[in-house]
Design a protein around this ligand. Structure first.
Ligand code: FES
Length: 103
């Protein structure tokens, strides 16, 4: 059975931005697109030492603040070099205005 963890209020994340959360000691970025969809990925860039929650969200892509590599936040797949390794994604559920992640 999937164990869902409450990580934030939906309203804590502004459209077009992201929030770093740390459930059970993990480093996760939660994103809200301009259209209000919510996604979650590991916060660490797979290319170097950088936090994707400090990057720039455009559509479904997050740009790493360090070398401007990009990932698709829906799939975790890299979309722009120098990123070549995917990042982990987490299933998201919204309930009662809260954001839950399946770890
Ligand atoms: Fe993220 Fe290099 S550390 S692109």
């Amino acid at each position: 059975m999937t164990h869902w963890i409450d990580v934030a209020a939906e309203d804590d994340i502004f459209e077009g931005s992201s929030l770093a959360v740390a459930p059970q000691g993990r480093d996760i970025a939660v994103y809200k697109t301009e259209s209000g969809e919510i996604f979650a990925t590991s916060n660490a860039c797979s290319h170097g030492i950088a936090q994707l929650s400090e990057g720039y969200l455009q559509g479904y892509e997050v740009e790493c603040p360090h070398h401007q590599g990009r990932f698709d936040i829906r799939t975790g797949q890299p979309t722009e070099p120098p990123c070549i390794a995917p990042i982990k994604i987490y299933p998201v559920r919204i309930e009662g205005g809260r954001v839950f992640l399946a770890l």
